[in-house]
Design a protein around this ligand. Structure first.
Ligand code: ADP
Ligand code: MG
Length: 274
């Protein structure tokens, strides 16, 4: 009966929008004690938009938006999407670099430009909102404020976790005040912000040493190592290919509550097999 129960569970999971890539998911899900969420693109919809531009040098708003869009042209980060409407094909970028957890850079007309976090490009600023900076070697020339709306089911999901005795963590590379506001609003137990991919791995290791079984949910290039390193991991369907290839399961349903449905189905499947 065992293979049948597994097959039934796997197909139920896929019907609730969870595509299982590794068989151990069914074993591990019922034992999960903590769910660790990436923020941008996971707890939030990843539909980032620019809400205001502050010029810090003698340039035009359209100019800095077009430069930002050009620098982001090959990035898969949700923040990159916010600049897409401002793309001007005449603006060429060479020597592009993707700085995971920080932003992007490239040469425009022989000058090196960076677009990314305040922690990287304007470390003296304390940002209350999610925002990114455009900077050259002399310093920042523009600040873009962004909105990054929460998924509508995020509240209910965190509440359900609490009711089921599952601890929750936000593990994010963001260092702005938005991370605190999201954690407070949702009532998430632990917030680890300004985390590099290495910090993210170190955090999971510390949970492991404390005897916790962690489920990691993420979407980005920067999440790939933690998705691979967690006891069990889910990648968002809208995430990067590298995240999906590193995760044990893929969330096809655009509803994070299916994580708990999957846990429930796995637990029932285990009981049938025992
Ligand atoms: P998260 O863990 O929340 O998904 P990341 O680690 O991907 O965040 O990024 C951390 C921060 O680095 C972002 O909040 C942003 O400020 C900056 N950043 C990362 N990638 C980009 C990008 N492609 N464009 C602009 N900023 C970026
Ligand atoms: Mg992310």
């Amino acid at each position: 009966a065992t293979p049948t129960a597994l097959t039934v569970a796997t197909s139920r999971l896929s019907r609730s929008g969870v595509l299982v890539r590794r068989a151990h998911v069914l074993d591990t899900l019922p034992k999960v004690t903590r769910i660790v969420f990436d923020k941008t693109g996971t707890l939030t919809r990843g539909e980032v938009a620019v809400t205001s531009v502050t010029l810090l040098a003698d340039l035009h708003e359209l100019q800095v938006l077009a430069m930002a869009a050009a620098l982001e042209a090959q990035s898969e980060h949700p923040i990159a999407r916010a600049f897409r409407p401002c793309r001007d094909e005449r603006l060429q970028v060479s020597e592009r670099q993707n700085r995971v957890g920080r932003g992007v850079s490239g040469l425009i007309d022989g000058t090196r430009w960076h677009l990314g976090s305040g922690a990287w490009l304007a470390p003296d600023n304390q940002d209350a909102e999610l925002c990114v900076y455009l900077a050259n070697e002399q310093g920042p020339v523009a600040r873009f404020e962004l909105t990054d709306p929460l998924r509508e089911e995020a509240d209910a999901l965190i509440r359900d976790c609490r009711e089921q005795g599952i601890a929750t963590t936000i593990l994010t590379g963001d260092s702005s005040g938005q991370a605190e506001r999201v954690a407070e609003r949702l009532g998430v137990d632990t917030l680890i912000k300004h985390a590099s991919p290495d910090d993210k791995l170190a955090y999971l290791r510390s949970c492991d040493q404390a005897g916790e079984i962690c489920l990691m949910v993420g979407d980005g290039i920067n999440d790939a190592p933690v998705l691979a390193g967690a006891h069990v991991s889910f990648a968002m369907a809208g995430g990067t290919d590298i995240a999906k290839n590193s995760a044990d399961a893929i969330m096809l349903a655009d509803d994070l509550r299916h994580i708990l449905t999957a846990r429930h189905i796995s637990a029932r499947c285990r009981r049938v097999i025992k």
